[in-house]
Design a protein around this ligand. Structure first.
Ligand SMILES: Cc1ncc(C[n+]2csc(CCOP(=O)(O)OP(=O)(O)O)c2C)c(N)n1
Length: 559
């Protein structure tokens, strides 16, 4: 058998994880990687509109499949992707970022080439891209086998992106060493535990659970990142604790399970009773490790007593001031599942209900009448992709029907993420529809990915909430700034302009128009793209005292 080149080997090895798409943009320094993608039958190129979009698309794909491949070129390409890669780092999504660098021959001779700053500093970008990722390596023909195994192992262990730089010359060079054949991601044990710590952690959790009178649970997205959704559901059905999620964790749970009580979001919890249920519990079992960033904690209106919390994080468990380290989250969940005593069904005082269907006929569209109708369209197996902005504030508290997943980027919060992420989610899913809701301002950052969606024949259902402003910004400041006005586009004409074939498109302003198009979408086996007119006047500032409270925290008064 012919010895593979370094680039061929790296891509073959990554494909063995179960990855079948490569998102990116080619470039001359990356040709060895770009060519290898074309040559490996298990992989398909997805040529994105720009590198940032490609990073977002890879992030969306990896959220469904567990890992993704992104490829960009030296400097100009990798730097454009960084915001997206850091979003993956924040949300703990393993994306393998392959970057083609100038050849060592050029570097050694101190020749000045393009994508540098007119100098010969070829090590300028490596630290930047490495920091954005979390795990990194520069591969050569002789270190490739070992270094790649380390990078794969560490990226999966930490659930973080990896930066893999390969020079043009190294990429085309034959591999030195014995190739490794890896397992699919689902069969890999990603973290190991120290047995004694694990046993002690599980024992302590069980003892606390045993004593607790009114315990509750919080589940975070980290569990999904480690592929533990099913184990979490199984555990919850056994321990029967009333369970909430915080906004950034939307999609971590099937919201139809009987234990689900809603959104824990400080004073903005939904239903409002969730705040009281969670904060008055004598034990909060935090499965995944809640991150109390201000937007995840109701502008810091949370009041979680650490001494009453057990946090099961990726590789440690914290119970008040006791910390158990090297306890892999899958081992902790498996141990609990095996040993926990089944508790009686949790009493859930208030269930999150479907949103009420308001208005009819020629009534103008508003958030209050749009979201309830969208909610009723979702079916088991579907995924909702949620953009940061006003739509996220409506969609996070909206309960999802059985079997409906959700993906959002509420912690990193880089607007524009959702459109390319939808491309990635669609290409990763094997069944079910992908729905996406975005504000118009966010969509303008990355809407050129619509053309890519058309090219690859995916079938998302896209709603562009058109209020002609950066509306959510008004919640946190006064209304009427010129910098919150945006270009007014005829969004529903874009799919045609971008060459998308067979897309259902419409611009809707009344309830009747919305209901008509939703009926058509249900019957349509194809993509849909709907411009939804929502009045700008909905975007009113939050009450002054709420904003003030937030500002005081950010800028403490002097004296
Ligand atoms: C990349 C990036 N740039 C800027 C921001 C700041 N920002 C947060 S939300 C937002 C406006 C979103 O407006 P739009 O998508 O129109 O949604 P709306 O709230 O109006 O429904 C902006 C500019 C950000 N979060 N990310």
């Amino acid at each position: 058998m012919k010895t593979p080149t370094v680039a061929e080997y790296v891509l073959t090895r990554l494909a063995q994880l179960g990855i079948d798409k490569v998102f990116g943009i080619p470039g001359d320094y990356a040709f060895s990687i770009d060519d290898a993608v074309e040559q490996i039958p298990a992989l398909e190129w997805v040529v994105c509109a720009n590198e940032l979009n490609a990073a977002y698309a890879a992030d969306g794909y990896a959220r469904i499949r567990g890992a993704a491949i992104l490829t960009t070129t030296y400097g100009v390409g990798e730097l454009s992707a960084i915001n997206g890669v850091m979003g993956s780092l924040t949300h703990r999504v393993p994306v393998f970022h392959l970057v083609g660098m100038p050849s060592e021959r050029l570097q050694v001779q101190n020749l000045i080439t393009h994508h540098n700053l007119g100098d010969t500093n070829y090590s300028r970008f490596v630290p930047i891209s490495s920091t954005a990722a979390g795990v990194s390596a520069i591969l050569t023909p002789t270190n490739c086998v070992e270094e790649l195994e380390r990078v794969i192992r560490e990226a999966l262990r930490l659930s973080k992106p990896a930066y893999i730089a390969i020079s043009e010359l190294s990429g085309y060079s034959p591999l030195v060493g014995t190739p490794v054949t890896g397992k699919p991601l689902a069969e890999i044990k990603r973290q190991q535990s120290v047995p004694q710590e694990l046993e002690n952690a599980i024992g302590s959790i069980l003892a606390r659970l045993e004593k607790a009178k009114n315990p509750v649970a919080i589940v975070t997205a980290l569990t999904a990142r480690y592929g533990l959704r099913d184990q979490v559901h199984e555990l919850l059905s056994k321990i029967n604790l009333p369970t909430a999620i915080a906004p950034a964790e939307k999609g971590s749970l099937d919201e139809s399970i009987p234990q689900f009580i809603g959104l824990y979001h400080g004073d903005f919890s939904n239903p409002a009773s969730v705040k009281q249920v969670i904060e008055s519990a004598d034990l909060v079992l935090d499965i995944g490790g809640i991150i109390l960033a201000e937007l995840n904690a109701g502008l810091f209106t949370d009041n979680l007593d650490r001494s009453r919390m057990i946090s099961i994080r990726d590789n440690h468990v914290q119970i008040d001031t006791k910390v158990f380290v090297n306890t892999a989250i899958d081992d902790v969940l498996a141990g609990l599942l095996a040993k926990v005593t089944t508790r009686a069904q949790a009493v859930v005082s208030e269930k999150v209900d479907l949103l009420p269907l308001l208005d009819s006929g020629n009534d103008k569209l508003s958030s209050a009448n749009f979201y309830p109708r969208l909610q009723r369209c979702l079916k088991s197996g579907d995924t909702m992709v949620i953009e940061t902005g006003t739509c996220m504030m409506h969609l996070n508290p909206m309960v999802l029907p059985e079997g409906v997943g959700a993906e959002g980027q509420g912690l990193w919060g880089s607007i524009g993420w959702a459109t390319p992420a939808t491309l990635g989610v669609c290409l990763a899913k094997k069944s079910g529809r992908t729905w996406m809701v975005t504000g118009d301002g966010s969509h303008q950052l990355t809407l050129n990915e619509i053309g890519v969606m058309g090219r690859y024949g995916i079938k998302p259902v896209i709603f562009v909430i058109n209020n002609d402003i950066y509306g959510v910004e008004d919640f946190f400041s006064e209304r009427g700034h010129v910098y919150d006005d945006i270009a007014r586009l005829n969004y529903h004409l874009l799919p045609e302009a971008f060459g998308c074939k067979g897309w259902l498109t419409a611009k809707v302003g009344t309830v009747a128009e919305l209901e008509d198009i939703l009926g058509k979408i249900e019957k349509h086996d194809g993509a849909a793209y709907i411009q939804v007119l929502i009045p700008e006047s909905e975007s009113q500032p939050l009450p002054a005292e709420v904003i003030d409270r937030d500002y005081k925290l950010r800028v403490p008064p002097v004296g």
